[in-house]
Design a binder for this molecule. Structure first.
Ligand code: ADP
Ligand code: MG
Length: 770
């Protein structure tokens, strides 16, 4: 589900809940309002009915009193007539009297054996009838007879009583409501019964009786099902019986239900409600009677006697009204909900749009496209987000470009290095700390004869056995962080041959700086050594050539001496032993010079021997002495050590000293002193210094000294210093040149001393150059 749908759904759902709450509240308030309205209406109607009933009762009472008066007067007049005339009255007379006095009927009633017989009546139908046959009038008659007070009878001379206005069904002439009255004379012999039923009473029952008022009310309010007048004192205690059609205060006091009807009966509940209402609290009850929803109300009325008016209202219209209201509400809510659904969808779309463009942008970024940016129009949080995303994408783009460049550089560097490693003539191999080879290059395969597959993962016997200790020490030194310079040594190839090599070893560290492998670059020195030997020899030849003049000069002097002495002996023919001694000494000198010269010129097998530097240097000084004399130069030797034994190849070392002394001589065209000194340097080294007073070497030239063929002289070879350096290096020594123009040059050579004199020194030393 998309965010848009979710948002829209959420809004709609909230509105839906609100609408439901609204419908429920509305329904509740509608119910409460309608009930209140209905209840107030019911109370109102009840009060109206009460007013009508009260009015009716008053009219009724008035009519009763008027009727009573008429009946009393008519009866009194009849009694007077009866007393006046001696003859008994006839029914005609009574009829005349009745019409004169305005009553309907007059009868003379006499008690015979406890029964009351109508002796004479204006209504011929009644004459001779037993009162019993009339029903109610007889009861009324008997009531009066028992109730009358004799004292009042005597005082007034008569006693009159009457009944209510009622319909007497016993006689056809009394079909309308009428009123009975009875008049008893003092003698109590006879009773005059009178009955009035005139125009006034005609239709009274229909028009003025509460029944008609009630039926009118009910026609006006169709939902009123029933109206009843309850007597709270009697209801529930006496049977409901017949409900009177007309209502007087008396009837109200006498009947449990004094007017109206009582069909919707719920006796027990009604009794309780009537009792409650009679105490002044209006009661409304919502109930079902005879399968019908009704509302019953009980309202207390004070006049003419305290009674309760009960109304029964049809509950259906009320329910219908509530239902209708609810349905309307639901309908309106449904329409609102539909509108909200559409609006929220539309709104969500507006809200989501920037998020969608941000999403699009992020997708672009995820596909590696950083160029297109989001168009930002808004300044709210989403606008800011879009701006940030744009900035982020831009930065990412920049970083990506940089990364690509770096990657490309890396790749080409890697390729370059790989090609360099593979195409370099130096053999490169990497071993792990256990000595196993992990990587080799092509030159390694060519130099050692192992293929990469044969080499990788194996420990190869590359180091000759006698160098194992030394190699091990070097490795330990390397692992402990010591820096190793390139060293010349021997390696063994696959077929067991020795190769002179120069090895540079360096550690390979991981990112924590821990050494985890060792890389070695091995350069085949066989060719270079041969070349160097060649150079050395050519340099030597040059030196020999140059020395030849000096040698000739040196030899010529003793030869001249010899010649002189020999000539002297020939002339004197006498052998002077002193002269012979001189001649022998001169011959020895010639022998030494020539011997030295031969040693120098003759290529010799390299052989390291234990020699004293003082003697080597002394020999060289002797050799060059004569040449120095020619140039007006004097050697001053300062040999400050008693013994300085070193392991050396004498001839090579001599060549070094000749080269250096010759350079010194050549630097001093005007003659001077050359100091040659031997000093100890610590207990393990000896240093040889050659200090001249020559022209010196300019600063910029010093760094170039040692380069082959670098010379500052017209006839120079530029090989002397180079060859000397190589020789000193192969003797594990060091050569240092310090110089100042027009002051002089100092060349210092440091060589390791032999600590303990050993017998088999020559066997110990490996042949470095082959
Ligand atoms: P070469 O003597 O044949 O020129 P070298 O290698 O012996 O070759 O010397 C190189 C150069 O160094 C010389 O040409 C010279 O210029 C300079 N040089 C060497 N030794 C000295 C020295 N003692 N005093 C001044 N210059 C020197
Ligand atoms: Mg030289």
């Amino acid at each position: 589900m998309s965010v848009k749908t979710k948002l829209s759904f959420m809004i709609s759902f909230i509105v839906f809940l609100l609408l439901i709450v609204n419908v429920i509240l509305n329904e509740y308030s509608t119910r409460v309002n309608i009930k209140a309205e209905v209840e107030s209406n019911m109370t109102h109607i009840s009060e109206q009915i009460a007013a009508s009933v009260a009015q009716h009762t008053r009219e009724y009472e008035l009519l009763q009193s008027v009727f009573d008066e008429k009946l009393k007067m008519a009866s009194a007049e009849t009694a007077k007539r009866l007393q006046d005339s001696a003859n008994p009255v006839t029914s005609e007379q009574l009829g005349q009297l009745a019409s004169q006095l305005g009553v309907t009927q007059l009868s003379l009633i006499v008690p015979i054996d406890g029964e009351y017989i109508i002796k004479q009546s204006s209504d011929s139908q009644l004459s001779g009838l037993n009162m019993k046959s009339l029903g109610k009038p007889e009861q009324l008659l008997k009531q009066g007879l028992t109730n009358h007070s004799s004292e009042a009878l005597q005082r007034l001379g008569y006693y009159f009583w009457s009944g209510p206005i009622e319909i007497n069904t016993a006689s056809t002439t009394m079909a309308y409501p009428g009123k009975w009255g009875f008049y008893m004379l003092n003698d109590q012999e006879s009773i005059i019964g009178s009955y009035i039923q005139n125009n006034q009473t005609e239709g009274y029952g229909e028009i003025n009786s509460p029944t008609s008022v009630l039926s009118q009310t009910m026609t006006n309010n169709l939902i009123i099902l029933e109206i009843s007048g309850f007597n709270p004192l009697l209801f529930g205690k006496e049977p409901v019986g017949e409900i009177p059609k007309m209502t007087s205060a008396q009837q109200m006091a006498e009947h449990p239900v004094s007017f109206g009807s009582y069909h919707y009966r719920q006796p027990q509940m009604d009794e309780r409600n009537i009792l409650a209402a009679s105490r002044g609290q209006n009661v409304f009850r919502y109930t079902t009677v005879q399968g019908k929803d009704v509302i019953k109300s009980f309202v207390k009325v004070a006049a003419p006697v305290p009674y309760v008016i009960g109304l029964v209202l049809d509950g259906q219209p009320l329910t219908n009204k509530i239902d209708e209201q609810r349905n309307n509400q639901i309908f309106i809510s449904a329409i609102l909900l539909i509108i909200v659904v559409f609006c929220s969808y539309w709104l969500s779309d507006i809200l989501i749009r920037p998020i969608r463009s941000i999403l699009w942008k992020i997708n672009e970024v995820s596909y590696g496209r950083f160029d297109n940016s989001i168009e930002v129009k808004r300044k709210d949080e989403l606008g800011q987000l879009a701006q940030r995303v744009n900035a982020m994408s831009k930065n990412l783009g920049i970083y990506m470009t940089k990364l690509k460049l770096a990657f490309e550089e890396n790749r080409s560097m890697k390729e370059y290095l790989e090609s360099f490693i593979n195409h370099t003539t130096d053999a490169i191999h990497v071993v792990d700390l256990s000595g196993r080879i992990t990587q080799v290059n092509r030159a390694f395969e060519q130099l050692f004869g192992y293929t990469a597959d044969e080499a990788t993962g194996h420990t190869l016997p590359l180091v000759p056995e006698h160098l194992h200790m030394e190699e091990l020490q070097m490795m330990e030194g390397l692992k402990s962080g010591k820096h190793l310079t390139a060293r010349e040594t021997i390696r063994v190839n696959k077929s067991g041959e020795w190769i002179a090599v120069s090895v540079t070893t360096s550690p390979i560290r991981d990112k924590h700086g821990t050494i985890h492998a060792i890389a070695s670059i091995t350069r085949d020195m066989t060719g270079r050594n041969k070349m160097e030997e060649l150079l050395r020899r050519s340099e030597k030849l040059t030196t020999v050539g140059q020395l030849a003049a000096g040698v000739a000069h040196e030899i010529r002097n003793p030869l001249t001496t010899l010649r002189g002495f020999l000539q002297l002996q020939l002339e004197t023919n006498k052998l002077n032993t002193r002269h012979v001694d001189i001649m022998l000494s001169e011959l020895d000198r010639i022998n030494l010079i020539v011997g030295e010269f031969l040693i120098l010129a003759k290529p010799q097998a390299t052989r390291f021997e234990e020699k004293d530097v003082r003697f080597i240097l002394g020999d060289v000084i002797s050799l060059l002495d004569s040449q120095a004399h020619l140039c007006d130069i004097e050697f001053i030797a300062n040999f400050n050590m008693d013994s300085c034994l070193i392991s050396c190849e004498e001839n090579q070392l001599k060549q070094v000293f000749i080269n250096l002394l010759k350079n010194a001589i050549e630097a001093m065209p005007d003659g001077g002193e050359i100091q040659v000194s031997i000093d100890s340097k610590g207990s393990s080294e000896v240093s040889v210094s050659i200090i001249d007073e020559g022209i010196g070497i300019p600063e910029e030239m010093i760094s170039k000294l040692g380069d082959p063929f670098f010379t500052g002289k017209d006839s120079g070879t530029g090989l002397g210093i180079m060859v000397s350096q190589r020789i000193i290096e192969s003797h594990h020594g060091m050569m240092e040149i310090k110089s100042k123009v027009d002051v002089g040059t100092t060349v210092t050579i440091t060589l390791p001393l032999i600590q303990k004199p050993r017998e088999e020194t020559s066997e110990d030393q490996p042949n470095h150059v082959q």
